[in-house]
Design a protein. Sequence first.
Length: 333
Amino acid sequence: MARQKLKNIYLLALSFFILLIYVLIVEIPKAQKKSDLENRGERIFASIKKDYVTSIFIKKYPNSNVKLEKTGIKWQIVLPKKYKTDTQAVSSYLDSLQNAVSQRSIKADVSGLAQFGLDKPMAHIFITTKKTNYKLIFGNEFSLTPSVQDQRRKSYKEVIRYAMIEGSKRINMIRSYTANMLMRKINYFRYKNIFSFSKEDISSFSFNYKGKNFSFLKKKNDWQMIRPVSKKAESGKVNLFLNGFEGFIADDFESDRANPAVYGIRFYKNFFKVRTKTGQKIIAFGKEKGNFVYCAVSGSPAVYKVSKFKFDNLKKKSADFLKEKKKVKPLKK
C-alpha cells in the first residue's frame, strides 16, 4: 500500500516536472516570440478615414517630391508645381494607404534604427487629416526566407521593406510591392485624359496606320466611308471604333515640353483626327519603346507614352466598318 502511494507521488512529480520543462522550453519562448512579432496582417493606418485626409506629401530621395492638397472636394498637385490632378488616382492611393498591411512588426529601439535603415530613411510620407498628422518612414529591403512549401515555387521571392510611423514603438515589415504603391511619383497623380471628344459632335474623322489611310463622313445620323473605298459604313462598328479614342488615357508622361519629331511623331502619319463643331483634334504616334509608343496631341507641347495595344486600335481593314454580306445558301437540287 505504502509502495503504491510512493509510486503515485513519483508519477505525479514526474508529470509536474515534464509539464514545467514544456512550459519553460516551448510555451514561454512561444509567448515571447508572439509578443515580439505581433500585429501580423494588421493594417498600419487602420485609424485613417480617407475623407478626412487634407494633404499628402511624398518625399522620396534623392529628389522626387510630390505634394497634394485638398480644397473642398477637389485635389490639387502643388509640388513640384501645380498640375491638373486625377481625383480617381488620389482616391485609389488613399485606399492603398488605408489597406496597407504589416506582415509583422518588431519592437522599436531608437538606438538600433540604423540596422533597419530607418535612421536615414529613403522616403517619408506625411499625411495630414482634420484630426491629426502622420509621418511614415521607409528603410531597407530584405528577402524573407521562404517556407518549405514556398521553396517548391521556383519563382517565389518575398521582398519586405521596413517602415515605421513616427512616434510608434514598433517597426513594421511590409511587402515592397505595397511600399512602392505608397511611394508614388508625381505622374501617377496627374490627369491623363489627353484626347477627348463627344461622338455626337463629330462631323468627320480620319486615321492613318503605317501608311494605310481611312476617312469617314457623317451624313445626318449615318456614317459614310470615303477612303479607301466609298461605301456606307455600319454605325455600330464605327461607334465601337470611336469608343477606343473617346477619352483617350495616357499611361505615362515622357516630357511636358519636347520636339515631337525627336520621338518619331509626325502629325501626317500614324494619326487619328476628328473634326467637330469647334475644330479638329489630332493625336499622332511615333517610335515604339518596349510595350509603349510615344504620342502627342495637336496644340500641346507634351509627349506621352501609351500602351502599344492602344496604338494598334488603328490597325483596321475596310471590312471592319462595313456591313457583312449575307451568305446565300445554294438551292438544294
